[in-house]
Design a protein around this ligand. Structure first.
Ligand code: SF4
Ligand code: SF4
Length: 372
């Protein structure tokens, strides 16, 4: 409206936080807009990431409430073509990290997960918890006889530790994403009324995500979308296996271990193989493209290596058990439980949370007509 004044409140601390979160090249940007031109996933109207670079330089916190930071799939095409080396793809990544931290509770835990100084303290929680559980139940020794992991950690004990951890993560994620959804609807500059059937649009969004349709528009790091698809498939298989095992135990009262070629074992093997294959190739691809696309920061690599640890220790537990090497099998299984706990308990604060925030942003984009 003519004559209307917009008051901007820059926040210098916010700018410093972006720099500390991996957006250290932020100030090199001189707003040429090349990045928005070469970005395939961006909508034509109010494209990203140039405007996010500007908002970030000005310290406008409202950028964290934008759906656009999640419509970016970190393909790095913009980073490759930026004439100033401002790495807009890395800045968008830093903004997503800060978005997760903003909505996750308690904020202290979110800060700790994003800071390498606290890694040992975060690791200590599952290690001490599992050791304490073994001590209390009298299992703090390598069991006699054939290798059966439930002799070390009885299934009831595993459920007693992991089920509350899982529900804690789900509750924190749900609270965070609901607050984000509210902010999307109240403060987005693209606000057009969100319309349509929520369930129908959610199903369409999930289909889009599972097929990686937007991810596949990327060019520089195109193989990353295929590798990511393997990781997602691995997670889905292992989720089905875990649910299947839980029902087997508590509803059908079948005791593990299952025979080698049972469907549940075959599915677990396929899921583990997909997970390891996908995450290993992501590591290789990131390292190979580091010079042009950026290497990513501690936050990215923490998530990548935790997923890798879950896959490798899961495979190691299985192989060492088959080979009958007790001295390696039980410690590897302990490490497997530690990494699984780390992955799920801290999920609301790590990059794993991108699953729910990106889904919410893509759902919002679809329902508000933003680029779909
Ligand atoms: S980030 Fe780079 S390409 Fe994008 S507007 Fe700034 S200088 Fe130009
Ligand atoms: S990283 Fe890729 S998707 Fe994200 S803004 Fe840059 S070009 Fe677009």
């Amino acid at each position: 409206m003519a004559g209307e004044t917009t008051i901007i409140k820059p926040d210098l601390q916010f700018v410093n936080d972006i720099i500390a979160s991996g957006g250290d090249t932020l100030k090199k940007c001189y707003q040429c807009d090349t990045c928005s031109v070469v970005c395939n996933p961006t909508p034509d109207s109010k494209p990203f990431p140039r405007k996010e670079m500007l908002q970030a330089q000005w310290g406008l916190k409202s950028v964290l409430k934008s759906p656009d930071i999640w419509l970016c799939h970190q393909c790095s095409d913009c980073t490759v073509y930026c004439p100033r080396g401002a790495k807009p793809g890395e800045v968008m990544n830093a903004l997503r990290k800060m978005c997760i931290e903003t909505y996750a509770a308690p904020p202290l835990l979110a800060k700790m997960v994003g800071d390498s100084k606290f890694l040992l303290a975060l690791l200590a929680l599952p290690v001490l918890l599992l050791l304490a559980a073994l001590k209390v139940t009298g299992h703090l020794a390598i069991p006699e006889g054939p290798i059966v992991y439930s002799k070390l950690f009885p299934t009831l004990l595993v459920d007693f530790i992991f089920v509350p951890a899982f529900f804690f993560a789900v509750a924190v994620l749900a609270k965070g994403v609901m607050a984000y959804w509210k902010d999307l609807n109240e403060s987005s500059p693209f606000k057009t009324k969100v319309e349509g059937n929520l369930v129908g649009n959610l199903i369409a969004t999930l289909q889009d995500i599972l097929m990686h349709n937007r991810f596949r528009q990327c060019e520089t790091t195109y193989p990353r979308s295929t590798n990511h698809l393997f990781v997602v498939a691995g997670f889905i298989f292992l989720l089905v296996v875990t649910t299947w095992g839980f029902l087997n135990e508590w509803v059908l009262h079948n005791e593990p271990p299952y025979f080698l070629l049972s469907p549940i074992k075959l599915m677990a093997m396929a899921g583990t193989a997909a997970l390891i294959y996908g995450i290993y190739n992501i590591i290789k691809e990131r390292q190979a493209n580091a010079a042009q696309a950026g290497l990513g920061g501690y936050y990215d690599w923490l998530f990548v290596y935790v997923v890798f640890a879950v896959g490798v220790t899961g495979l190691g537990s299985w192989v060492f058990r088959l080979l009958g090497i007790k001295i390696l099998a039980y410690p590897t299984y302990f490490l497997h439980l530690t990494s699984v706990f780390f992955l799920f308990f801290y999920a609301p604060y790590t990059k794993m949370a991108h699953m729910v925030y990106r889904t919410a942003a893509m759902l919002y984009a679809r329902m508000s007509g933003r680029g779909f």
